[in-house]
Design a protein around this ligand. Structure first.
Ligand SMILES: [Zn+2]
Length: 326
């Protein structure tokens, strides 16, 4: 049977008995108390929210949705969302246990989002930035054509307005329901980032739990500086797939922020309470460089070494762990 026939048959097939609507993946309950998934300690939810959704007992970073993340990072009343009107379509008429169309509709209703990323601009400690925040609640933060298009337009906007870009990554990878259209977003976003970079503008991806698949294989790893939250899962293929391919047992901390920093893929692990301040510091360190940077083809020996960002100084100041090798 050809692929076209398979899709045609799926369209004709009776809709299967649907599973009850699975609750969106939420770690923070609506109730008064929230149980930490790592240590099991119950915390008053308001206290937990006041502590950036980090468990005070064990330091576990609970999952943050995109609205909360924008509240945490952007100064009050400065957030301006862009391209909110973009809606996913169902070009392949994809159906598994449930049709993609229904899945989109139900997820939109449950999350009040149009797709798995929110983009916009605002101020972070007074500094103007362009921000994209992925939301894992929306189909596992998967990257379809809307996520790709919104991020691409965000980066293009930032290039025009000469703004730094920050993308908070949280994704299971490319969205299989849109097939090839999802995969091409990797190249599209990478191309937009290249143009942003040619203008010597700053791009910082922040890798949160989990950042995997096509997102890791494209914009999550293309930052000028790559930050990660502690103990986040970051990888391309799943652990089991790699173990079966290599026929080797992988280390326990494989595909964690700490493992990646140790191996040079991540520049700094920043606990969430320090994230806003760290980003503000990095952006303000970078901003005065614009007018005084030499042309791209200048002799690197002529660059004033005092202008080079000192990772160590930043770490001492912020008490964060940084990759000394990068
Ligand atoms: Zn805990």
């Amino acid at each position: 049977m050809s692929l076209f026939d398979w899709f045609a048959n799926r369209e004709k097939a009776e809709p299967p008995m649907l599973q009850p609507q699975s609750p969106q993946e939420r770690e923070v309950a609506d109730g008064l108390w929230t149980k930490c998934p790592a240590c099991g300690v119950l915390t008053y939810t308001k206290d937990l929210q006041g502590n950036w959704l980090v468990c005070a007992e064990c330091g576990h970073h609970l999952r943050v949705d995109s609205d909360e993340r924008i509240r945490q990072l952007i100064d009050a009343k400065t957030w301006q969302p862009i391209n909110e009107h973009l809606q996913p379509t169902d070009p392949l008429k994809f159906k598994d246990r449930k049709s993609y169309k229904d899945r989109i509709r139900d997820t939109q209703k449950a999350t009040e989002l149009t797709d798995a990323v929110q983009t916009g601009h605002g101020r972070l400690d007074g500094l103007p930035i362009a921000l994209g925040v992925m939301d894992f609640r929306f189909m596992g933060g998967s990257m379809g054509s809307v996520v790709g298009e919104k991020l691409c337009r965000l980066i293009e906007y930032a290039t025009l307005e000469r703004l730094p870009v920050i993308i908070i990554c949280a994704s299971g990878g490319a969205r299989m329901q849109e097939g090839m259209l999802s995969l091409m977003q990797m190249a599209k976003i990478s191309g937009a980032l290249q143009k942003h970079q040619e203008q010597r503008l700053l791009y910082i991806p922040v890798l949160t739990h989990p950042t995997t698949g096509g997102v890791t294989a494209s914009f999550a790893m293309l930052g000028d500086l790559i930050l990660a939250e502690p103990k986040a899962t970051i990888g391309f293929a799943g652990r089991r797939v790699i173990e079966q391919t290599l026929r080797e047992k992988l280390p326990d901390d494989f595909q964690t922020s700490e493992y990646l920093m140790h191996h040079g893929f991540v520049d700094a692990i920043v606990p969430r309470p320090q994230l806003k301040r760290t980003l503000a510091q990095l952006i303000s360190l970078h901003q005065p460089f614009y007018p005084i940077l030499p042309p791209l083809n200048a002799d690197p020996k002529q660059v004033n070494p005092e202008l080079v960002l000192s990772h160590t100084a930043l770490a001492v100041d912020n008490q964060i762990s940084v990759n000394q090798d990068s």
